[in-house]
Design a protein around this ligand. Structure first.
Ligand SMILES: CCCCCCCC/C=C\C=C\CC(=O)SCCNC(=O)CCNC(=O)[C@H](O)C(C)(C)COP(=O)(O)OP(=O)(O)OC[C@H]1O[C@@H](n2cnc3c(N)ncnc32)[C@H](O)[C@@H]1OP(=O)(O)O
Length: 720
């Protein structure tokens, strides 16, 4: 709803829908009625609109765009048209965020003032739609076409200072926002409002070439996403058509997008991220009843690629950090990497040179473990070796304060075994970052059997603070993220053995929307890593893995990647892997006939008959293999809800948001179809353990219920 009060001759309208004042039906009706009252009231000379609590408004209520619901009238435009027509000045007083429809409300006002920390923006593209209440028409009239294209197609939030420079804000105020709003509104009473009404403003002439260039840029930058292209169409309409006609065009484009599959998937992804922040432990402790410990200072052990990246996340979030390496030379190398990454961020305008400098000032590089004595939390990021990690944790247990939380960045080792090296098993937890740690958003937090709720709450809160998307998972071999990768990678290798080329497989995945095909990713990570991991794992089981091995414990294996390694093809670092890169370190991946010969030779050796495999089969086998593993992970309680898996794939491996994530994808395919196809593959490939259908999937597929119901069904266990 919207509250209406008066302060002398000033009407104050408060958007009231906590926590973010989303513009639900009640708020829109309330705003319309309040504006009407203020305009009709002879004593009112000016009007201020503000948001209750910390935010002005986060825009339209996204839940109202859900499948099948039509937004009830009044729409934002209906409510705000009154402001356009008002002869009394209307001022938007912005604290916190004014996003999407929230900013559109503000653009209907004659003036906008904001606090120094306020943010404005049109993030609609991120949920698959466009600003549908005149944003694409009014912003270009206020700040010009080029800046509008940037803001609307990127969806980025613009901070107060930049908003002021662009002309979105008329003033930045430092005192109480309502008081300032009232003061400002009084000061503009009697001034001519004609030029303050945005719909009346002339729009600059822009050549069609600008839009042609922008279409090419957007297609490349936001590959596969349709919303940014629709935004461009709407902005172009603002240039080409009179206001009323282009508003109509904006609405039509909006309506098309709002019913699209991409919008459905992206909005699902928006809420999945928030759902996955609501964690729960098997003990019943959860994000509602556990409190995080304060993290004022942190430590990182290991200044390699991962350690340096993690330290960078911490210092750029304002957390003073001690970075410990055992060797001065490695430490210096790590610092150089960090400085280089910061320079990159400055060049990309993600931060100022001043901010980068400030970040480095709170880094304390050290070769002395004792320097970790007073930090609140330590993240160990040395290489994957259980004995080494145990040794480090035993040492940390002695050096650090009793309340200090000890985290490991292990991607596969048993958290409980690491914790056993300490006398504080409740304070040991996995914080698994993804390479490059400074860039990738996923933080897979792993609890062990003794990890306390307080510890989990602390690392989940830390994740958000350092701008990551934290997801909580339980302990199992490779945890949730990498465990799901295993069948995906394995199936890709089988497909290549059976007749698809690595380049066809990659093309299919990239056409689907993955940022890189599986074979390109392997080249980037280095094929030798998998080679070593496979050999060590086999050794632990007493198996001697050779290039002649075809089965391990009755399961088919394909060691084609190892054949490449033994030929010196380690990936990008050696200039050759699945692709040819010309020379080591170069990034351009060129398909290599030599690799096709190696595959040919491998297949001849084992008598494998090659056949034509369709793109559809490639996609289905790779996606369904990982989806089946996802259901097993869910079934075992390693994650507590399907959204966790989708968030992991979106933020850890670049699954396109417009496809929602693998569990959402399965939901869209209908589980009975997913299950049937998995059963078919199981029958066809009995020696691939990953095709054994998940029992949970089998049971859920009988219910035909949508993904939003799976968690309660799993928890209640009633119908399963
Ligand atoms: C079909 C017929 C056509 C009808 C024509 C209609 C014409 C349409 C006209 C206008 C259309 C406008 C489009 C929009 O405005 S779409 C919304 C655009 N805004 C956004 O995308 C902003 C989304 N929100 C955020 O980015 C963040 O929430 C932020 C505001 C930055 C606050 O972040 P933070 O403090 O971290 O808090 P949370 O993200 O955890 O959010 C708190 C809870 O609030 C829920 N939330 C947030 N925003 C919305 C929203 N816009 N709608 C509904 N709910 C929202 C969020 O889910 C959290 O909920 P919970 O605690 O339950 O998880």
């Amino acid at each position: 709803m919207a509250n209406y009060t008066k302060r002398d001759e000033v009407a104050v309208i408060e958007l009231n829908n906590p926590p973010v004042n989303a513009l639900s039906f009640e708020v829109r009706s309330g705003l319309q009625n309040a504006l009407k009252s203020a305009i009709d009231d002879q004593d009112v000379k000016c009007i201020v609109i503000h948001g209750k609590g910390k935010n002005f408004s986060a825009g339209a209520d996204i839940k109202e765009f859900g499948a099948g619901t039509k937004q009830q009238k009044p729409w934002i435009t209906d409510a705000c048209r009154l402001a356009d027509e008002s002869s009394k000045p209307v001022v938007a007083a912005i604290a916190g965020t004014a996003l999407g429809g929230g900013l559109e409300v503000a653009l209907f006002c004659h003036y906008r003032i904001g606090t120094p920390s306020c943010r404005v923006g049109f993030p609609e593209v991120q949920i698959g739609i466009l600003p549908g209440a005149g944003g694409t028409q009014r912003l270009p009239r206020l700040i010009g076409v080029n800046s509008s294209i940037d803001m609307i197609t990127s969806g980025r939030h613009v901070m107060a200072e930049e908003a002021m420079k662009l002309g979105i804000l008329d003033k930045i105020v430092t005192e109480d926002i309502i008081e300032e709003g009232v003061k400002f509104a009084k000061s503009v009473v009697g001034l001519d409002l004609a030029h303050r009404i945005l719909k009346n403003r002339k729009i600059e002439a822009v050549s069609p070439k600008v839009f042609d260039d922008e279409i090419s840029r957007v297609k490349k930058k936001y590959k596969g996403y349709i919303a940014p292209l629709f935004c461009l169409k709407a902005i172009q309409a603002s240039v080409q058509l009179p206001y009323d006609a282009s508003m109509e065009q904006e609405l039509q484009l909006f309506q098309h997008l709002v019913g699209s599959n991409q919008a459905k998937a992206q909005q699902y992804a928006f809420f999945a991220e928030r759902t996955s922040a609501r964690w729960q432990l098997p003990t019943g402790a959860n994000s509602q009843n556990a409190s995080p410990l304060p993290v004022k200072t942190a430590g990182v052990i290991g200044a390699g690629t991962m350690g340096a990246g993690i330290a960078l996340c911490l210092i750029t979030s304002g957390i003073p950090t001690v970075l410990v390496e055992q060797d001065q030379k490695f430490l210096e190398k790590g610092i150089k990497t960090m400085e280089g990454d910061l320079r990159g961020s400055v060049a990309l305008k993600k931060m100022t040179a001043e901010q980068a400098k400030k970040a480095m000032l709170i880094l304390k590089p050290s070769v002395n473990f004792e320097d970790l004595h007073d930090v609140d939390l330590v993240i160990e990021a040395v290489y994957e070796n259980l004995a080494l990690k145990k040794e480090i944790f035993a040492k940390l247990d002695k050096i650090c304060q009793p309340q200090t939380i000890l985290c490991t960045n292990t991607s596969s080792l048993d958290i409980d075994m690491i914790a056993e090296a300490t006398k504080r098993m409740d304070k040991v937890v996995g914080t698994h970052f993804f390479a490059p740690a400074y860039i990738m958003k996923l933080q897979e937090n792993v609890y062990g059997k003794n990890t306390s709720a307080e510890t989990v709450a602390t690392v989940m809160a830390l994740g958000r603070r350092i701008r990551k998307v934290p997801v909580l998972v339980g302990t199992c071999e490779s945890f949730a993220a990498n465990r799901m990768l295993h069948p995906y990678v394995t199936e890709a290798l089988y497909l290549v053995e059976e007749g698809a080329s690595p380049y066809e497989v990659d093309q299919v995945l990239e056409d689907f929307g993955m940022p890189m095909g599986m074979f390109r990713v392997s080249d980037l990570s280095g094929l030798d890593i998998g080679y070593k991991v496979r050999r060590e794992a086999a050794k632990r089981q007493g198996i001697d893995l050779t290039l002649g091995t075809r089965f391990v414990n009755g399961e088919r294996v394909c060691l084609l990647a190892d054949v490449l390694v033994e030929k010196g093809r380690l990936g990008i670092k050696s200039g050759k892997g699945w692709y040819n890169y010309g020379s080591p370190g170069k990034k351009e991946a060129i398909p290599d006939p030599e690799v096709l010969d190696i595959i040919e030779e491998h297949c001849r050796k084992f008598g494998i008959k090659k056949q034509k495999i369709s793109s559809q089969e490639i996609l289905e086998r790779m996606q369904l293999a990982l989806i089946n593993e996802g259901f097993r992970i869910l079934e075992e309680g390693i994650v507590s809800k399907p959204e966790d898996i989708d968030v992991i794939w979106i933020y850890g491996f670049g699954w396109p948001k417009y496809m929602g994530g693998p569990m959402f994808y399965a939901n869209e395919m209908k589980l009975k179809n997913v299950y049937r196809k998995i059963c078919d593959f199981h029958q066809k490939y009995p020696f691939s353990i990953h095709w054994t259908p998940s029992k949970l999937l089998a049971r859920l597929s009988e219910t035909d219920l949508p993904i939003s119901n799976w968690t309660s069904l799993i928890n209640s266990n009633s119908k399963l």
